[in-house]
Design a protein. Structure first.
Length: 556
């Protein structure tokens, strides 16, 4: 394959450390370790796709084996080692894809191969991509060699370089034997400047706004950005630049102004226009999940636009969109935006269980139109929005029988789940008698009355009381206490007393548990009884008898 026919992601793949973008600290650390001859036995690179994990591994292999040394790594006129490593056919640098070779036998072959020294290079290097795909047995087989790799007569050694996108799937025993580097997403401005230079080299006729869209879609991945740029260059006419509208159609993204218009219609309560606007967006070929994620993104900007500057918005907004959102945000109550966010997250989850996602999104938008005030913690309702005449706030107008009327009182239906919870609490409050708990004994007795046997057991056996005050209990505990105890007791106390209780865990030892107190009490009683003449005379008649328990008989 000639250089001209290569895709951009391969054609502009970094060959030396200077070519890498977005990983300056990692580059400096690796270069210094090689110069100081403090090279780890194994490198572990982790990060999202397309940030340079495998590329960095190859550059390290070159740096260790280049005949010109790390300060003069070959870039154009390559030495024998660098050229072979770049072409992935060096005899001493083995690249393995763990996704296709996951078994312990594959790793054993590697270990057997490692016994023999390098043929032409100084270091023998194993690069294992997607290393998290190895089996548990394969990882275990690697441990000894990772910790103590063989040393060769030429003064070199064996080095492992691992790359993964799923660091949590790698055993801790392996991670601890590696020098780990977390490759970050490439910053927006840096990635924009990078692909802009490549666009100019490839004579691409693409506007800066379209390049910003590519940067946004790529989410910090250089490979994704280059693949999208490749697609954009191929699809453009050399005489007509690829503008933002064409780029949105090409990459399946819609104009933010359409979404801003949709929001404005929602806040005005114009149901028919809302659905028409959404269907226009949907007919552009937008995936429901993409729409909802962009909807969430717009909610974020509406809530935080006053704290953001155009240059800090990651190229997601242009100047016109920024000003439109800012004007709209000043007319909307922040409480409503937070509520919309919660509904949008729920709608995103619902998409997984419905067969027709388009209809689900239409119903989601209708629900937003009919949102009701949520009761506050004190039981008082707060208004989500006000009439147009009140401080310029945009309000819903969804009066019964006329959802599009622009005047009159606002009548909105409640969110069903919140309404159910409110009704349930109202019923409980009616039946609730005033309960005043003044001591731990009273609390234990209440648990018994309420048939909360598990809580009663925990309080009697595993809790050491430090202090008991109104709405505040300070305790210490033993190792047998349930991890959910504090959560459960707090919830029950609130249900029983309709008041918030604070449960504090103390470093003080506190009183003995109720079980220990009872046990000590009985032990003292038995000890005292054994000292009496009655007990001693009893033993004269029954010398093998043993007092094991005492019980106080109350006269009624």
């Amino acid at each position: 394959m000639t250089n001209k026919s290569k895709v951009l992601a391969l054609k502009y793949r970094p060959m030396v450390f200077d070519d890498l973008i977005g990983q300056d600290i990692i580059k400096e650390t690796i270069i210094n370790s090689i110069k100081d001859n403090k090279i780890p036995n194994a490198y572990l690179f982790t990060g999202i796709r397309g940030v340079g994990k495998t590329t960095t591994a190859r550059i390290i292999a070159k740096a260790l084996n280049c005949k010109n040394g790390i300060d003069n790594i070959c870039k154009k006129n390559m030495c024998e080692n660098c050229e072979s490593i770049s072409n992935s056919n060096h005899i001493d640098v083995l690249e393995m894809d763990a996704a296709s070779k996951t078994g312990v036998d594959d790793v054993r072959d590697l270990i057997d191969f490692s016994r023999y020294g390098p043929t032409i290079a100084r270091y023998k290097i194993f690069i294992i991509d997607e290393v998290h795909m190895l089996s548990k047995q394969a990882f275990n087989a690697l441990l000894k060699t990772l910790e103590e790799p063989p040393q060769y007569q030429n003064g070199g050694g064996l080095k492992f370089i691992f790359a993964t996108t799923e660091i949590k799937k790698i055993p801790v025993t392996v991670v601890s034997r590696c020098q780990r580097f977390d490759l970050s997403r490439v910053k927006t401005l840096e990635l924009f400047n990078f692909i802009k230079k490549i666009k100019e080299k490839e004579n691409g006729n693409i506007t800066d706004e379209s390049l910003r869209l590519i940067v946004k879609i790529s989410e910090g991945s250089v490979r994704d950005a280059l693949s999208l740029l490749d697609k954009a260059i191929i699809s453009t006419d050399k005489n007509i630049p690829l503008d933002i509208k064409q780029a949105q159609k090409l990459f399946g993204y819609f104009d933010k102004s359409s979404l801003i218009n949709l929001f404005e219609l929602i806040f005005k309560g114009e149901e028919e226009k809302v659905l028409d606007q959404y269907r226009m967006i949907f007919n552009q070929g937008i995936e429901p999940k993409v729409f909802l994620n962009d909807f969430l993104e717009m909610l974020y900007y509406l809530k935080n636009i006053n704290y953001l500057k155009i240059e800090s918005t990651n190229f997601l907004l242009n100047d016109e969109e920024y000003n439109l959102i800012k004007n709209l945000a000043n007319k909307i109550d922040n409480n409503l935006l937070v509520l919309f966010w919660q509904f949008s997250i729920k709608a995103l989850q619902e998409l997984e269980i419905v067969s027709n996602q388009n209809l689900a999104l239409e119903m989601f938008l209708i629900r937003l139109l009919y949102l009701k005030n949520i009761s506050s913690a004190e039981g008082k309702e707060e208004k989500i929005s006000q009439n147009n005449n009140d401080n310029g706030k945009i309000s819903f107008d969804t009066r019964k029988g006329n959802p599009k009327t622009a005047s009159g009182a606002i009548e909105q239906i409640k969110n069903f789940s919140q309404e159910d919870i409110t009704k349930k609490k109202d019923i409980e409050k009616k039946d609730l008698k005033e309960i005043n708990i003044k001591s731990l004994d009273e609390l234990i007795n209440l648990c018994n009355i309420k048939k909360e046997i598990e809580l009663k057991y925990e309080l009697e056996n595993n809790v050491n009381l430090v202090s008991f005050e109104k709405n505040r209990i300070e305790i210490s505990f033993n190792e047998n206490l349930s991890k959910d105890f504090v959560k459960n007791i707090s919830t029950k106390l609130f249900d029983w007393t309709n008041e918030r209780w604070i449960i504090t865990l103390s470093k003080e030892k506190g009183e003995s548990t109720k079980k220990e107190t009872l046990k000590n009490f009985k032990s003292d009683k038995i000890s005292n009884i054994k000292k009496t003449d009655i007990y001693k005379n009893f033993l004269k008649s029954f010398d093998d008898a043993e007092l094991i328990d005492v019980e106080e008989i109350k006269n009624e």
